[in-house]
Design a binder for this molecule. Sequence first.
Ligand SMILES: Nc1ncnc2c1ncn2[C@@H]1O[C@H](COP(=O)(O)OP(=O)(O)O)[C@@H](O)[C@H]1O
Ligand SMILES: C[C@@](O)(CCOP(=O)(O)O)CC(=O)O
Ligand SMILES: [Mg+2]
Length: 327
Amino acid sequence: MVTSSAPGKVYLFGEHAVVYGEPAVPCAIERRVHVTATEIDEGLRIHANDLQLDGFTVEYSGDGESHPDVDVAESLVEAGMGYVNEAVAQARDAADAPDAGFEISVEGDIPLGAGLGSSAALVVAAIDAATRELGVELPASGIADRAYQVEHEVQDGQASRADTFCSAMGGAVRVEGDDCRRLDGIDTLPFVIGYDGGAGDTGALVAGVRDLREEYDFAADTVATIGDIVREGEAVLGTGDYERLGELMDFNHGLLSALGVSSRSLDSMVWAARDADAHGAKLTGAGGGGCIVALDETDDALTALKYTPGCEDVFRAELDTDGVRQE
Ligand SMILES: Nc1ncnc2c1ncn2[C@@H]1O[C@H](COP(=O)(O)OP(=O)(O)O)[C@@H](O)[C@H]1O
Ligand SMILES: C[C@@](O)(CCOP(=O)(O)O)CC(=O)O
Ligand SMILES: [Mg+2]
């Protein structure tokens, strides 16, 4: 039996634009998903306590069919376990063990679908645990690549390398197409996260931006302008100029809102943080609901968000310089 964990992430800049080859800077945070993998004779049995369903267990028989032992919507089973199923397939491939059976259990403290990269952390940790259980130790970069293939598959091609590379490597990273690298010299960033208790459907939200880009040239220009913000922002990173970083985060949020991926609750939390003198605030991840990220060394934004209607939880999230690891 092996347990591995991987961090969630926030986007300092660049979500959605990164899907179209613009750069992005995701940053790993100290919230993790833990996955335990135990080899069994055959098939795949998954225990996922975080899908807000007590005793939620799914058994995949060899034919890839799912047989949940609780009565849940097939779509939830498929969506929720598609990531684990494909991650296990990657592990079987990496270990050249096509018939290996697994019992997988998942525990996490990352809200699901909230823009904090729970899917990427789940996939990265699952690949690491399952491959180690089969006696194979992949480098973090190899796990990142396989995890990207999983997200790309499960999200119908609507995924970039950003989330999975960041979760595998830890720290602040820069992703532009297939060019993925860790940004050294950045040890801390004062993130405050507001969570509205909601979730966005990453695949659908990404598809919505894709449709807009195809419909309007100015939407494509908007995506390209996000790329300009990222290039400006990466020059500031590491200088400690949080005022300028925050200004660019605000600008990035405005463009994401123009692309239709913000929401009333995300905007309300963003403005509450800004009105409390945060350096900047923006939605993080696919949007549609979930989390915002603010830059604030004080507790003013954190306090303001606590009293913002629609904000269900608020917490400080330190940069996590560790990526995927065996526990
Ligand atoms: N702890 C978990 N247990 C089971 N499934 C999970 C877990 N964390 C994430 N998932 C899967 O990932 C999906 C959320 O991924 P996504 O929509 O990309 O949002 P995000 O990556 O922002 O959290 C969930 O709907 C579920 O299918
Ligand atoms: C919208 C996108 O840029 C980030 C998705 O982030 P999350 O899965 O909502 O945490 C898609 C991607 O890059 O895979
Ligand atoms: Mg995701």
